[in-house]
Design a protein around this ligand. Sequence first.
Ligand SMILES: [Fe+2]
Ligand SMILES: [Fe+2]
Length: 262
Amino acid sequence: MHSYDVFRQYERHQWRLTDLPLDQIDRDLVHPDHVAMARSAVMGEANSIAAQHGFLNEFVDDYDFSAFVAIWGYQELQHHYAFRAWLAALDVPVDTAPVDAMREPYAPGTTPAATLATNIVSELTVNHVYRALSDWVTEPVLRTIMRTASRDEAAHAREFIHFTRQRLAAHPDELPSVLETLHVYTSDARIKHPVSVFKSELPELLGHETIDTGFEFFLQQVAGDGELDRLQVKIRRAFGTLTGLDLGSGARIRRALADSLA
Ligand SMILES: [Fe+2]
Ligand SMILES: [Fe+2]
């Protein structure tokens, strides 16, 4: 089983919350923007429970992927707790209501392959953003959390690519839904993430940081010229490798989508 290999590999690289040097946080280096980024990350990472619920419902016939979801969910929860721990060490409260509002499961995607593909996008996006933010953040403990989480997200993306490829091999009719997902998430000049697409309208989030707070700040204050392009190129390339199609631009994605429907 693939999930068994992943389990053993993750076990070798697993970091622990207790090893974070929270007593060494350098308060002089903490800027209010760092706090806003950590609160935004808490909200983004809070969604793994809803995602797990959705995955387990949608993949009742797939033990191997469901086992991976359990392993993956633990790491995402660890990210949520790591950002919370950093905030708690600085006596910054985390509101309960917005986190609780993240519990509701996601509705299934248009196809199971589209659901998996959506998660490739989200993992590659947070991998990229955490990595760039970790270079910008000056407080060393928060920097470590972002770097470590970024590495985990890259590993997650690899596995979602694996399971999407496997799903498409068994269900080639789901290819259009995968291309459509790529089109939806890479056709705008802004960062689109499933959490914001599906959950940004919740009343509990009014006036509170969300995952979009982090993305908007990232694009406006941290990202250099062409940063969004680089992220979208990365996402298109992953889907290109996955499908064996040329998906290097929006026009090519639309062409591939039209061909797949013909
Ligand atoms: Fe995460
Ligand atoms: Fe992840």
